[in-house]
Structures are given as structure tokens and as C-alpha cells.
Design a protein around this ligand. Structure first.
Ligand SMILES: C[S@@+](CC[C@H](N)C(=O)[O-])C[C@H]1O[C@@H](n2cnc3c(N)ncnc32)[C@H](O)[C@@H]1O
Length: 269
């Protein structure tokens, strides 16, 4: 399945990170800047009508994943991080500055990984422990498969955290389930592993549900994907990760947002 049709969405999120102090100007793109300006009226209307909007949710999601990763770094000495579907996220730069010994690998489809390498070349003072590699999360085998990237880019004797941010909901639940099962299995090679992914609980009010369905339909159309909501509640998402092979799974919420939650699944060797 060719999923490069939704890579462009990373340009919008990339500009959102810059505009909200979560990234640096070197990672901006002209297309992201244009998309961000064009979407401003719709974002403004969303905030006025629903009290929240896409930008607010994106920032809440990114900040929550930052917080969860920072606490995993404290909890698991020697932790290594793989950020899958990194897009133009600056987390690798921010975290390797904050934790100079951290091994941080970003991964995305080959074209997006190449764009990220170009963008990072403009950032001064990159850590030698920070790398970008190609991956295709849907590949069951071959050099870009999850298991190959984990085997080739990481030390199997140290703990690892894997993040997928803004990716899994583009897939049907069946496709996502297949990825999660393969990932849980591959992570068992490490002494301890955590996997972070966001989930979008079904909104409680009819108005918000209609807005979420319309948003998902629009996203399916422009990204030519299967974008949609997988679970009614975040707890259902956590249970599902356990059925995919994670030993335990927890739910975390941003302080002021109930449109998104982050699941952490854990496995140990
Ligand atoms: C919405 S963007 C999210 C980017 C980034 N995580 C963020 O939050 O800004 C989706 C990302 O998934 C990547 N992607 C799409 N299909 C993929 C696949 N099969 N394997 C890995 N990454 C993929 C795209 O290239 C894109 O960078």
C-alpha cells in the first residue's frame, strides 16, 4: 500500500510546532507555512464554535508525548528512542540537546526521511547520537520493516521507547492491529520497551461527533487514506494494545484536553 499520499500532512504539523515554540525555524517549509496561513480561518471558526481546534489538539498531543518520554528517560536508564513517522518534528533535536547521551533515531518513509535529513542539515550543533533512517511501518520484511530498523539502529541490550505520532489513525483498525502485533513482537528482543501512540476517543456530544466525522471524511479525501476513529474510549484502545501482545497498556491525558489521549504499551524480554 502506498501511504506517501498523506506525507504532506507533516508539513502542516511541522509549521504548528514552529508557531507554538516546539520547533525551530530551520525545520520550516514554504508549503507548511502556506497551509498554516490558509487554514487559519477554519482553525479560528473551530475554536469559536467548538471551543477547541486542530492546532490546540496537535500541541496538546506533542507536549503530552514529550512529557511521557521525559519520564521514561528518568525511569529507564540508558533508554534509546525511535520516533516513527517523525515528519518535521523537532523532538529529536530538543531531546538530544536536553539529554546529550540519548540515542535518538527518527524514521519516516524514504522521501520524507530524505526531506528531514535536508532540513536537519540547517540545524547547528546536532548530536552524533541523533539519526534519521527510512522505514515503512507496513512492510512485513525487508530493510525498511520495523524489525529491521530496530535490529540495525539500536542496541538490543538497552531499553527502548518507540513513538508513532499522527500516523496510526490514517489506517483501518485491521491494518493498525497488524502493525501493533508485529511491533510488540519485535520489541520483545529488548530488555524493556515502551510504545507510545495517540488515540482519539469518540466525542461525547453530538456536535463534536459530527465535527470529528466531517474532519475525518475531509482528511480521508485529501490524504487518500482510511483516516478515522478506532476506539470509543481511550481504555478500549489500551485493551486493544494488550490484545496485540503488549503486557500492559496505560492511558494518559493532556491537562486541558479530552479530544486526545496517549497510550503507552509495555513489553519486556
Ligand atoms: C500527520 S504526519 C505526522 C508527522 C509527525 N509525527 C508530526 O506529528 O508532525 C504523518 C507522517 O506519517 C508518515 N508515514 C506515512 N506512511 C507511513 C508508513 N507507511 N511508515 C512510516 N511513516 C509513514 C508520513 O510520511 C508523515 O510524515
Amino acid at each position: 500500500m502506498d501511504t506517501s499520499t498523506f506525507s504532506f500532512t507533516a508539513l502542516y504539523t511541522g509549521e504548528t510546532w514552529v508557531a507554538n515554540g516546539l520547533s525551530m525555524p530551520e525545520l520550516r517549509t514554504p508549503a507548511g507555512d502556506l497551509m498554516y496561513k490558509l487554514a487559519a480561518p477554519a482553525e479560528w471558526a473551530g475554536k469559536a464554535i467548538f471551543g477547541t481546534n486542530l492546532r490546540h489538539m496537535l500541541v496538546a498531543r506533542h507536549a503530552l508525548i514529550d512529557r511521557l518520554l521525559a519520564s521514561l528517560i528518568q525511569e529507564m536508564p540508558g533508554l534509546q528512542i525511535l520516533e516513527i513517522a517523525c515528519g518535521l518534528s523537532a523532538r529529536g533535536c530538543r531531546f538530544t540537546r536536553q539529554y546529550p547521551d540519548l540515542r535518538y533515531v527518527e524514521a519516516d518513509l524514504p522521501a520524507m526521511a530524505a526531506l528531514k535529513v535536508q532540513a536537519l542539515a540547517r540545524v547547528p550543533g546536532l548530536s552524533s547520537r541523533h539519526a534519521v533512517v527510512p522505514i515503512d511501518i507496513l512492510a512485513a520484511d525487508g530493510p525498511n520493516a520495523i524489525a529491521s530498523v530496530l535490529a540495525n539502529a539500536f542496541d538490543a541490550e538497552r531499553p527502548i521507547a518507540v513513538v508513532t505520532e499522527g500516523l496510526m489513525n490514517y489506517f483501518t483498525l485491521d491494518t493498525a492491529t497488524d502493525v501493533w502485533c508485529r511491533l510488540a513482537n519485535a520489541l520483545r528482543r529488548f530488555p524493556a520497551a515502551a510504545y507510545l501512540t495517540e488515540t482519539y476517543p469518540r466525542p461525547k456530544t453530538r456536535l463534536l461527533r459530527a465535527a470529528a466525522m466531517a474532519g475525518a471524511a475531509g482528511l480521508r479525501l485529501i490524504s487518500r487514506s482510511d483516516a478515522g476513529i478506532h476506539f470509543r474510549t481511550a481504555d478500549e484502545g489500551a485493551d486493544h494494545l494488550q490484545r496485540c501482545g503488549f503486557d500492559v497498556a496505560e492511558v494518559a491525558w493532556p491537562p486541558d484536553d479530552r479530544t486526545i489521549a496517549v497510550l503507552t504499551g509495555r513489553v519486556a524480554r
